[in-house]
Design a protein around this ligand. Structure first.
Ligand code: PMP
Length: 393
């Protein structure tokens, strides 16, 4: 992918927040599994089924180690962040939410951490409360205390904003929540690929992320939950594998995590994800972060010097995202021209319309960084932005 040309120019891929490109070992691992190892897991006692099951369960252990969960049974495979949040919202809602109960999210959330909670509120007559952010794109954490009360049942926040790049103070949020016996869900879709996560140190109750944003395949994601929750929560899907005994009168469920993995799971996706996590680990997350931070600082500095560029997200604690508009030029027009120069950026709301509403805009241009981006590519982006300005002024 990264060696390709678009419109006769080398591709500059700056859309890593949307999805990442895959390392060759990940591609090879998936190809190899399809070619030589494919068999459905859990169901057979034959040779290949048993081997596939073992690899799938090893993938679960790799995820466990990557986020430092206490047990591999706390790792549930889903199809991605969106399905993790939806599944949890349904399940948590069924078990714990009554009319008048409250859920807190933040103003900067991705739609996938807003809409499932709104759907739950509609279903159960509960209330969604929102922690705002200031114009620099920083959560107004001091206002959290005023939002928490004895009806608060859950706080769900993103670790890193996909529109602003802000790294949120999730440790503080988790501590405050736990002082009030409130569980916390962390949307780590934009953070696992940049920052080492230790769910035990963080002490979060739930954490979700997608495989495709951390150099793994699409269609696979993770819902981490502390073990105690997995015994209390009902399954969010029914079907094969998640059962113990099925009769027409009553069905009993098997133990977590399989209780939450109805049907044939995306076992090849899980194995591909594990390969991606191994790749990231062997490359070194701290080195990746250092590299991306250097590029971010450089890009931010370059763009700040251009008086026709308005940058969104001024937090000092920031990661991998440059979100901006060019004065008097629509982001779609700018994005189209930038694309013609071989540079892939994203334009629009980035599935976070409330962030756009905060600033009174309808969208931004977003450049998002990955481990393979270079300083030259940032220079290309800055050059393209200047060209856009020259064309329009
Ligand atoms: N949360 C955040 C912060 C995201 O950036 C994204 C993807 N843009 C999602 C959730 C949803 O992830 P997916 O589409 O892989 O389910």
């Amino acid at each position: 992918m990264l060696k390709q040309e678009v419109y006769g120019r080398p591709l500059v891929y700056l859309d890593n927040g949307a999805t990442t490109q895959k390392p060759l070992p990940v591609i090879e691992c998936i190809r190899n599994f399809h070619s030589f190892k494919n068999s459905s897991i859990h169901r057979g006692i034959h040779f290949y089924s048993e081997r596939a099951t073992e690899e799938f369960e090893n993938a679960r252990k790799t995820v466990q180690q990557f986020i430092h969960a206490e047990k591999s049974s706390e790792i549930i495979f889903t199809s991605g962040t969106t399905s993790s949040v939806n599944g949890l919202a349904w399940s948590f809602g069924e078990r714990f939410i009554r009319p008048g109960d409250e859920i807190i999210i933040s103003e900067m959330e991705h739609h996938s951490n807003i809409v499932p909670w709104q759907m739950l509120c509609e279903r159960k007559g509960s209330v969604l409360k929102v922690l705002p952010f200031n114009d620099d794109g920083i959560l107004e954490i001091d206002r959290l205390d005023a939002l928490i009360n004895n009806r608060t049942r859950l706080i769900s926040v993103m670790h890193i904003s996909n529109t602003l790049g802000t790294i949120n103070p999730i440790r503080t949020i988790i501590e405050k929540a736990h002082e009030n016996d409130i569980p916390v869900l962390i949307d780590a879709a934009q953070s696992v690929q940049h920052i080492a996560i230790d769910v035990q140190q963080l002490d979060c109750d739930f954490l979700v992320f997608s495989g495709h944003k951390i150099y793994g395949p699409t269609g696979i994601g993770v819902l981490y939950a502390k073990e105690k929750w997995l015994h209390e929560l009902p399954p969010f899907q029914g079907g094969g594998e998640m059962v113990d005994v099925v009769t027409f009168q009553k069905t009993t469920y098997t133990e977590p995590p399989v209780k939450f993995e109805a049907g044939t799971p995306n076992y090849i996706g899980a194995i591909g994800l594990a390969e991606a996590l191994k790749y990231v680990t062997s490359t070194g997350l701290s080195g990746i972060l250092q590299h991306e931070n250097a590029l971010l600082d450089y890009g931010f500095q370059q763009l700040s010097q251009l008086d026709f560029v308005k940058l969104y997200g001024q937090a000092s604690d920031k990661s991998s995202i440059l979100s901006f508009n060019l004065r008097d030029i629509h982001y779609y027009d700018a994005g189209m021209i930038i694309d013609k120069m071989g540079i892939a950026v994203r334009t629009g709301t980035h599935c976070a319309q409330p962030v756009m509403q905060h600033y009174g805009i309808s969208g931004t241009i977003r450049a998002s960084l990955g481990m393979y981006n270079t300083k030259e590519e940032i220079d290309n982006l800055v050059g393209a932005i200047k060209k856009v300005r020259d064309m329009f002024v």
